[in-house]
Design a binder for this molecule. Structure first.
Ligand code: FAD
Length: 474
């Protein structure tokens, strides 16, 4: 009887424990991807990630075809799809790699029980994380709430598993089960094609993920610690969208950073970022409502403004603060934003505009190619000050100083806000303070070619601090 290998957020053949174990059985393999309807697991993703999914599945289809077990695409509730495929193929075993989002876990638990009840073996494997989220616990067997002790525990746990190489060949059934097509799924944008510029930056798929990793460990990782904060420098790995859909495993990335010539501090810093991803998953696993509820319920009473006109201007990169606008436009154009600028734009929404972090989380979820339930929610709560181990609310990013510090000559702003391209570096992060002559020389007319600030930084800061103080009751 064949084994069904159900792909989910692990769109790869390398370091894929579920697939490797199926190969070991020596039996025919049916490879399957289910487009689930629920807002869970592989269920409807944000727009940008659907674009990614289309291309990623196209790449996986090619790989599996070459290996000998073409991917079967089906849509519907996972239990019903599995039941039908078992019936059609006579499979008596289903393999998958575990997912760790609470909704995905709930679905999988139910499916596992259902399959077992019908005498079908359901085997799940690890692979989405470096370590299982139940392994790293405090001395009192509680989940970690603070990152540094979590990192120490992760270090104590030792190296993650050695990645398993991709299989060289798969045995398939003689008759391929019927498959839907990617075109049936309509994952790509139509008109307007807002993803037109994505391919300038991205190539989805396992092979491209591997190439990105190789070029990063051969190059930019040296200097990562210092350069990673500067959005105009391509200093980070840009592996996040590949990781989000599992085109590469974190263990594969971790092991690729062993024995490099790059300075140890850069390698450790990079690994610490991978551990942040791990920490976010850990929080989400132990606090399933991370994307919906303030971790710290004191924030439940925060007097958020309605997400009206200012929210719209924020999403469009029209706030009048160049670093914020550059970030939001990078997000729209490329489906990705540099981490430093994610922090600045998120802080601006929450603290300058006093708009609920959940609205920002939602927008990012829809527009990021790396949208990830755990990392997105945990980071939004971190910026809001409402999260576990969060940045304190009263630390309000000054978008002018942040711009001057991390994009000193304005290269990043000029890339995404071309109407300020010719403005002198002295004013690029504060065109509203520039003398008329400097604006004129650069062809900038505030309120016409580029917006005036939608809020005054000083006043907005005072307002946010007052709201926070009232909340604390002191
Ligand atoms: P690198 O610097 O090369 O880091 C390597 C990997 O480490 C990343 O690919 C990522 O998997 C992980 N990582 C790095 N920083 C973080 C972090 N702060 N939290 C969690 N993991 C991290 N990341 C997502 O993957 N998906 C999201 O939806 C997401 N939403 C975010 C929302 C906000 C408001 C903020 C401030 C950050 C968010 N991040 C998110 C984290 C971070 O910005 C991205 O992971 C990072 O910018 C990806 O770029 P990179 O792959 O070049 O990172």
């Amino acid at each position: 009887n064949p084994v069904i290998v159900w792909f989910r957020k692990d769109l790869r053949v390398d370091d894929n424990a579920a697939l490797a174990a199926a190969v070991e059985t020596g039996r025919p393999i049916v490879t399957l991807y289910i487009r689930e309807p629920e807002k869970a697991g592989t269920g409807p993703l944000g727009g940008a990630q659907q674009w990614w999914l289309h291309h990623s599945l196209a790449s996986l289809c090619k790989t599996l075809q070459k290996l000998g077990s073409p991917l079967v695409l089906r849509s519907g509730a996972a239990d019903a799809v599995l039941a039908a495929l078992i019936e059609e193929t006579g499979a008596d075993t289903v393999h998958w790699n575990r997912r760790h989002d609470p909704a995905g876990i709930a679905i999988d638990t139910e499916i596992k029980a259902g399959l077992k009840g019908r005498g079908i073996a359901a085997k799940s494997f690890a692979g989405q994380l470096l370590h299982d989220p139940t392994r790293l616990m405090t001395g009192e067997k509680r989940p970690y709430r603070v990152y540094t002790p979590f990192w120490k525990a992760l270090e104590r746990e030792g190296e993650p598993h050695e990645p398993i190489d991709a299989p060289e060949k798969l045995t398939s059934l003689r008759k391929k089960p019927a498959s839907e097509t990617l075109d049936d799924w309509d994952l790509l944008p139509k008109k307007p094609n807002w993803a037109a510029a994505f391919p300038e930056v991205w190539t989805p798929g396992e092979e491209a993920a591997r190439e990105r990793l190789e070029s990063f460990v051969d190059g930019a990782i040296g200097g990562y610690k210092e350069d990673r904060d500067h959005p105009a420098i391509e200093a980070t790995s840009m592996l996040s969208p590949h990781l989000a859909l599992g085109e590469i495993s974190p263990a594969r990335i971790w092991h690729a950073t062993r024995g490099l010539k790059a300075p140890a501090e850069d390698v450790v810093h990079f690994r610490k970022e991978l551990a942040w991803r791990e920490f976010c998953y850990h929080l989400h696993f132990h606090f399933p409502q991370l994307a919906e509820k303030n971790w710290n319920d004191r924030f439940d009473a925060f007097p958020w403004e309605a997400a009206g006109k200012n929210f719209k201007l924020w999403t469009r990169g029209q706030t009048g603060y160049p670093i914020v606008d550059a970030g939001m436009r990078q997000l729209w154009k490329h489906g990705w934003m540099h981490n430093r600028v994610r922090m600045i734009t998120a802080s601006f929404l929450i603290k300058h505009l006093m708009i609920d972090w959940r609205r920002g989380e939602e927008w990012f979820r829809d527009t990021l190619v790396d949208a990830d339930a755990a990392s997105n929610a945990a980071n939004w709560q971190w910026v809001a000050g409402s999260g576990a181990d969060a940045s304190p609310f009263f630390r309000i990013f000054n978008p002018i100083l942040q711009g001057e510090k991390f994009d000193a000559d304005g290269t990043y702003v000029r890339t995404f806000v071309p109407e300020l391209e010719k403005l002198d570096a002295a004013w690029i992060h504060k065109p509203f303070d520039a003398p008329e002559s400097a604006l004129k020389k650069a062809g900038v007319e505030l309120g016409k070619t580029y917006p005036k600030p939608i809020v005054d930084h000083g006043k907005a800061r005072e307002r946010a601090l007052a709201a926070y103080k009232a909340l604390k009751g002191d």
